[in-house]
Design a protein around this ligand. Sequence first.
Ligand code: ATP
Length: 588
Amino acid sequence: MALNQSLPSSTRMSSATPDTAMLEALVPGYTLISRFFLSYFHIDLTAYLQYVVALAVFAVSLRYISKYASEFFQEYLISYAEIRPDDELFNHIMWWMSRQSFMQRTNHFVASVRANVYFCDSDDEMDGSEEDSEDDDFDTDDFSDDEKESQHQANVVSRKKCEPLRFTPSEGRHFFWYKGRLMILERQQRTRNGAWSLFNERLFLSCLGRNSSLIKELIDEASKAFQNRDGNKTVIYRAQRHSRADPFVWVRCMARSPRPLSTVILEENEKHNLVKDMKRYLRSRTRLWHSNRGIAYKRGYLLHGPPGTGKTSLCFAAAGELGLPLYLLTLNSNSLDEDNLYTLFADLPRKCIVLIEDVDTAGITHSRGKTATIKSKGDNAAGADTEETSTEEQSSADKPPLDKSVKDGITLSSLLNVIDGVASSEGRILVMTTNHVDRLDEALIRIGRVDMQVFLGYSTKENIKDLFTSIYMPMESDIPGNDKTELKTDWSNCHNIEKRKIKIEWKKKKIQDYRNHVESLRSRIHPLASEFASIVPGGIFTAAEIQGYLLNHIDDPEMAIKGAEVWAKELRETKRPREEKAIENGYY
Ligand SMILES: Nc1ncnc2c1ncn2[C@@H]1O[C@H](COP(=O)(O)OP(=O)(O)OP(=O)(O)O)[C@@H](O)[C@H]1O
């Protein structure tokens, strides 16, 4: 013992080597730490070896015990639900959370304005701000027109600056009470290669106890609340991806008030036949009829015609009329491949409209890529329509190819497989639009893939009259007092009862004046429409062009008529070279 004490410290250290080696294995860096203590504090950790070992063993076992205890706890004592970010439910929960009072009290949250993934379409709030603006118009009546205009502008600008703030739970655990029980929401985010990706997020909802009914109730409530705010609006989804590494998925982009079918001006028969056909297809007995006969339950439409003739508008109005969500898909992206397209179609709900706009510009016209053809033959071996495919290929081969035969992304073959292959999704309505129907491959528009074609052409005299009427004819909801705008006016800051009465009387008079103006406009609108149609030539302008002109004179139909001749002449001159070129190319 005395000998050991007289030895230099380095020798003492080396005599403890087997122990330190063991400690080094348990506590990496132990040797360095003990040397540090010895040289600077003159404390020999080896003297406390048994305590250090005990501590190390305790720390290691605690790690394991806590891991197993937490697993046991999660397995047997709590219920939890995982919500994946590629599921629409993720947005429902985040939106619902943002509305809960505990989000106002929490001290770690994500703050955002409307333009984010959960709140990209708070139409309800938008409507509110529009209503306010109408009140502004009434209240600024004492000013001159210029002052009124600049005050209105100032209001609009200030409203724009005041985007509503939304707070959602940030990464980590959040505790809150729901129906008297403690709930935990855990948001986990993992970055991929340093980049944030929505798809790497995970959301867990948990509560104490093995009964998960409360979590299900919460999810149900959040989902219903989210859907209820849409009311009868047409919800629009778009295929998009969050980063280059992610696949395309359907992302809800907005919910818009449905467009009345009557505001899409074209032959009455055409649009009613289209909607009637869609309605017939959606009946449950049609589904049964198809399944009894082994006929694929799907329906395709092609809307074609020059740009600005109402193809998209018609599709949107039909979605509103049928109460279906609209799924927008563009095939132009090089990174969209057959597998991804297939997944997108597989993810569609049972009843919806898929709109593929400008299908001719997707680089898949007239030509089935070599690789894709081989692929489609392979698919046919699995039971698809072999004979038909080969005849279609023959017909395609006869035509001069307009595009490269193979492109990155979607090939014609891929598209045909997805919309009409054996495993393609059933129940959806597919609408394709094009400006150049003659450029499309026959295979794409053959009966079965496209069951009805609707041509939307330049506006006829009758269409011009209808367009004029639909733009200037006041609607019931335009009249103040017929909707909630009048009731929403805030008189609360007007405490003087007499003054208040005067204000209300004043407002009533304003409304009456506006009603008189509307009545007078209503009685004049049809003769004005006929006059406008007699000036603007039929069969030359698109509805979009005419609408654009009329919107420039939105407050003054008489002025629109006055300037119509000059406008039509000038537009015709600018269009002439385009028309000639189009005729030369055989497009129209
Ligand atoms: N037939 C129509 N009836 C009423 N409005 C129309 C009509 N056609 C076009 N419009 C108006 O013109 C604008 C453009 O219409 P829309 O996008 O539906 O045309 P489109 O044929 O789909 O054009 P594109 O081929 O360029 O996609 C919209 O604001 C729409 O209100």
